[in-house]
Ligand binder design. Structure first.
Ligand SMILES: *Cc1c(COP(=O)(O)O)cnc(C)c1O
Length: 435
């Protein structure tokens, strides 16, 4: 499989090059040259195929030439080495797909680990002087990437996070790791962090001195494996209804992987893009005008993104036809009060605890099902464990929630980070690490 740039001014490249480049030289996102449908014998028999084997079938068209089957199965096994339960919430057709049982209790663990293991396998094809992964995080990416790359030889990871805008647990997960994980605390919001990362990738001086690569959801090796759990979820469904997925969306990588799953043959009727008040996409689908405003802080801060990078991939899948996009995606936006109310309500009625991001996913499905008569089942993706947003969850339900024992150790470690005020600060730091 070759990968084209969505800016159409760079040559197509193979998988390994696309992974190491992150972004194409013309600053476009990579996209597979072809969308490969799965054979009917797979899509008709999902329930009888072994989990790892199923994931292999899903991804092999995109990566299969670069790894042996055994290698890929190994990577898949190490990536998904925890449970992904599907819980029915109450007695209507609403299910929570819990993606938060991985090492940092967030769905990003899956993409990050898969990317790290791919990079570890292909790093020797590139310069042997060592690789620096540069990544911006709105909260959960940082920890997931740190844990994904921990213990991998010859790869340094630099993580930029917006100062004061991520939770305590998230900050600990980013700032308390091994020496090869360096945390940069940026005075600004996630879009500022993302901009600095983009600037570094376009900086010729940096390029000439460092082998720089990305780990954001724009990287195809993080994006593509997110298809796995859509397949695993449908495999688990205990009825034959149509399925609707509600995806709490920020940078729109997760939902875009879901849409690709549908396009290659998974039986999904509709996607709900559930956002917080950073609602560029809901507004676009309503008005046809794509007009990002300044990012607003919310309690679902991993989704505080006003110009989602991955949206161009969705446009690509549907040839930029907004009418087609509107048939597949309905979009919703909810504010912090609605989010807190949902957390409280579901806790009180169903004894089920959601973090603010998952709660927005829940609100999307609830809102859709109550305004449309349908026999469909609604699955919302639970993207983070409630403990990662302890304060907000406790405020919503009015009582304390216990810290899982696996997190206690990390909360006692002291934070190590470097403050960054401008792009030049970052550049100095990056250059000093190699000079
Ligand atoms: C990153 C993140 C999201 C948003 O995912 P995208 O792929 O960026 O749309 C949602 N919830 C949580 C908890 C996250 O960390």
């Amino acid at each position: 499989m070759r990968y084209i740039s969505l800016n159409h001014n760079s040559q197509p490249v193979d998988f390994k090059t696309a992974v190491m480049n992150g972004l194409a030289p013309d600053k476009g996102l990579y996209f597979p040259e072809e969308v490969i449908s799965l054979p009917k014998k797979i899509t008709d028999n999902i329930k009888s195929i072994d989990d790892h084997e199923l994931c292999y079938e899903v991804i092999k068209g995109y990566i299969g030439e670069d790894f042996s089957k055994e290698e890929l199965i190994q990577i898949i096994k190490k990536t998904i080495d925890f449970k992904i339960p599907l819980n029915k919430i109450g007695d209507n057709q609403i299910y929570s797909l819990e993606l938060f049982h991985g090492p940092t209790l967030a769905f990003k663990d899956i993409g990050a680990k898969f990317l790290a293991l791919c990079m570890d396998k292909i790093k020797n094809d590139f310069k042997s002087k060592g690789i620096t992964v540069l990544v911006a995080t709105s909260g959960d990416t940082g920890g997931a990437v740190a844990k994904g790359f921990e213990g991998l030889d010859g790869i340094n990871v630099c993580i930029l996070y917006p100062k004061g805008r991520i939770s305590e647990v998230q900050e600990k997960q980013i700032t308390t790791n091994d020496k090869n994980i360096i945390a940069f605390e940026v005075n600004g919001d996630f879009d500022d962090c993302q901009k600095m990362v983009k600037d570094a990738f376009n900086d010729l001086e940096i390029k000439s001195k460092i082998t720089l690569t990305s780990a954001n959801s724009i990287n195809i090796a993080r994006w593509l494996p997110q298809m796995f759990y859509y397949f695993l979820a449908i495999k688990k469904m205990d009825n034959e209804n149509d399925n609707i997925f509600s995806v709490p969306s920020g940078n729109f990588g997760n939902i875009c992987a879901g849409i690709l799953s549908k396009e290659i043959g998974l039986n999904i009727k509709l996607f709900l893009a559930s956002t917080n008040i950073n609602k560029t996409v809901p507004e676009y689908l309503e008005s046809g005008i794509y007009s990002p405003e300044k990012t607003k802080p919310t309690i679902s801060n991993a989704m505080d993104v006003s110009d989602p990078s991955n949206f161009v991939r969705i446009q690509k899948i549907y040839n930029n036809d907004i009418q087609k996009i509107k048939k597949i995606i309905k979009a919703f936006s909810f504010n912090d009060n609605q989010t807190r109310e949902a957390i409280k309500d579901v806790y009180n009625r169903n004894n089920y605890l959601m973090d603010p991001h998952s709660a927005i996913g829940y609100l999307g499905i609830k809102s859709y099902l109550s305004n449309n008569s349908t026999n469909s089942s609604g699955i919302f993706l639970s993207t983070a464990h409630p403990i990662k947003f302890k304060e907000q969850v406790e405020k919503s339900i009015g009582k304390e929630i216990p810290m899982p024992s696996r997190l206690k150790g990390i909360m006692e470690k002291s934070k190590r980070s470097i403050e960054i005020k401008s792009y030049n600060d970052l550049k100095d730091q990056l250059l000093s690490k190699v000079n």
